[in-house]
Design a protein around this ligand. Sequence first.
Ligand code: MF3
Ligand code: CO
Ligand code: CO
Length: 319
Amino acid sequence: MAKRKRRVAPTVGAGSIAVSHPPVQPGLVSSRRVVPAGVERPPYALMPGGEPHPPTSSPVRTREELEAMRRTGALAAEILIATCEHVRVGMTSDAIDRFVHDASVAAGAYPSPLGYRGFPKSVCTSVNEVICHGIPDSRRLASGDIINIDVTVYREGVHGDTSVTLMIGEPDDHSRRLVTETRVALYEGIGTVVAGAQVSDIGRAIQNHAFKHNLGVVREFIGHGVGTEFHSGLQVPHYYDRRHSTVLAEGMTFTIEPMLTLGSPQVDMWDDGWTAVTVDGRRTAQFEHTLVCTPNGAEILTQTAAGECAHELFTEPVD
Ligand code: MF3
Ligand code: CO
Ligand code: CO
């Protein structure tokens, strides 16, 4: 029998595969960690409630800012790699937070999430059906979990923002596929970046890859301009909409950070006001880089001086 061509978009979240793991439950959040007085703080960290100023920075960096972003980006990459090397089955996300916090301040950097709009911790840790902005707490990683670790640091007046999804112990095949294809989707998006391209080219490439693999694309959280501000005006959706016609220019710095889902990409929010989860409880993964747009393509800023990042070093489960 001849194979029939698929004519319709794949349905996502049809619910054919049951959720096979217990839902993530909030744990206890430890008290606020201290940043030594000598470490330069981003402006929002000095504001009540951590409220940033409305974004005012140019989407394009000066040469000096770009040099600083290479150094701060490399630091974020190094901290993320070191953190992944440290992660074990049975570890709490609070211990991951302590590690990221201590590594950041030891390098003279401020851990950007700490106090940002009131976020209580120094890193975001998002497990299984948590899409993003998970707050580190007393929950212990179990074999089979997946966890996104999203590190942002501020040094020399600029931020570097990067995340990876790690598999713990023995993940099931769906989780492996989700994590692998979300990583590929990020690089498909990065591959479209070049001066003269449009922001919509990024989302189109990511969405095409996701749909080809029957994965959903979260729409509520998007990539963003990043530089002297944690989140600047530029918006980088991971889905396609031809109205996203902003033209990419040399020197623009921004993140790409797709969140893909095994089921429906619909978002629910925990009462803590931060933890975003899938409505259907199925798993989700995310990978993130900070980039600068050049005439020849994207230059990845969140990689080490040797050109390494956690994405390629941790493609297999850790235990
Ligand atoms: N690092 C996240 C991002 O990719 C932002 C975290 S904001 C926080 O944009 F407040 F949750 F830390
Ligand atoms: Co980001
Ligand atoms: Co991030």
